[in-house]
Design a protein around this ligand. Structure first.
Ligand code: BYC
Length: 321
């Protein structure tokens, strides 16, 4: 086949919703876009373990501790599926980790904010995982097979995470005055960063148009952000909390909530590495990587030994046969 016919075949697959698999021909830019998005997604899951990991030892009861521990472990698992999905595109895990540690690869802006009270665990589960579900459910139908399949399980777990967060908020909102205040304060601090998680507005998003043509993305950043706001405002009302946006207003005509101006300077500042916790997060990842070196070396040595042993056994078997 010529490059032109490979391209036609690929275009037909996209058009007919036939998923692209690792051994299929794909345009270089499609591959690059997927490596960029999937690896950044994986990094977000792994870095995303840190703000919540911070509260495991201080969860207010054994039940809360077990649930939070399970949630944080889930995020680690999501990172691993996603690194594996990205590896099918021809990049190694070591290369991806190196890109994270050197600051070349991005990860979600949201994880560069501090978790200062227990209510932040509620706000993260409710808002951050809620935003993640809104973004990731459509990714279950993304055009690249391994990414789409990884997302199915990730989304099931994210739903549980969202509910555990909302339940923490509900409990606090129905608690004492001090607890209710703590929940409101967490909502005040996490609302705008959660809205920013969806990425720049469509007009300023360099990748959206092409990613939608390739059916990697099924909705634009602004469409998903709007869906999230419409759903979440009602959830806040239900538990008696106030979304910190004085311009939030139901619009009969559009059938959506209008909302206030997003502080894009803050968003880009965080994305560029200058948020409240960027340095701390990267240092924690680098430290974990360095301290885990002996485990990786031992695993490689064990794999080599097992391989040699198996080869020796096979040789002996064929000699005695
Ligand atoms: N933070 O043209 P755009 C989780 C970057 S983890 C930082 O719109 P695209 C969880 C973007 O990468 C959830 N950077 O790009 C874990 C691009 O930069 P480059 C993570 C951002 O790719 C633990 C530039 O801005 N979810 O759920 O079409 C606990 C231009 O943007 C951000 C995913 O990763 C941001 N928020 O769209 C709890 C979902 N937004 O690469 C929960 C998968 C944009 O040109 N990813 N940028 O240097 C996606 O859906 C898309 O990649 C995005 C961005 C919507 C994020």
């Amino acid at each position: 086949m010529t490059t032109k016919s490979f391209q036609e075949h690929f275009d037909n697959q996209i058009e007919n919703e036939v998923s692209i698999e690792p051994r299929d021909w794909m345009p270089d830019d499609y591959r690059k876009t997927l490596i960029r998005q999937i690896s950044q997604h994986a990094h977000s899951e792994i870095v995303g373990m840190l703000p919540e990991g911070n509260w495991i030892t201080r969860a207010p009861s054994l039940r809360r501790k077990c649930v939070l521990l399970a949630k944080v472990q889930d995020e680690g698992g999501h990172g691993l599926y996603l690194y594996s999905a990205a590896e099918t595109l021809g990049i190694s895990r070591d290369e991806m980790i190196e890109q994270l540690h050197s600051g070349k690869a991005k990860y979600s802006s949201i994880f560069n904010y501090p978790t200062i009270t227990w209510a932040d665990m509620g706000a993260i589960g409710w808002l951050v995982d809620g935003a993640a579900i809104m973004n990731q459910v459509p990714l279950c139908r993304t055009s690249y097979g391994p990414y789409a399949r990884a997302m199915v399980r990730v989304c099931k777990e994210e739903s549980f995470h969202q509910r555990q967060g909302y339940e923490i908020m509900m409990t606090l909102a129905n608690g004492t005055e001090v607890q209710k205040k703590m929940a409101q304060d967490a909502l005040n601090r996490w609302w705008w960063p959660s809205i920013m998680m969806f990425g720049p507005s469509d007009a300023d998003s360099p990748h959206t148009a092409q990613s939608m043509k390739w059916r990697i993305k099924r909705f634009s950043n602004d469409e998903l952000r709007q869906k999230f706001i419409d759903v979440t405002v009602e959830q806040a009302k239900l538990i008696g909390l106030t979304v910190p946006d004085p311009n939030l207003k139901w619009n009969e005509e559009t059938g959506h909530f209008d909302f206030g101006e997003i502080n894009w300077d803050e968003f880009w500042n965080v994305v560029k590495g200058n948020g409240p916790c960027n340095k701390e997060r990267l240092q924690a990842r680098q430290k974990a990587w360095n301290e885990g070196a002996w485990v990786r070396e031992a695993a490689i040595a064990h794999a080599q030994k097992s391989k040699l042993k198996a080869a020796k056994n096979n040789k002996q078997k064929s000699e005695t046969a």
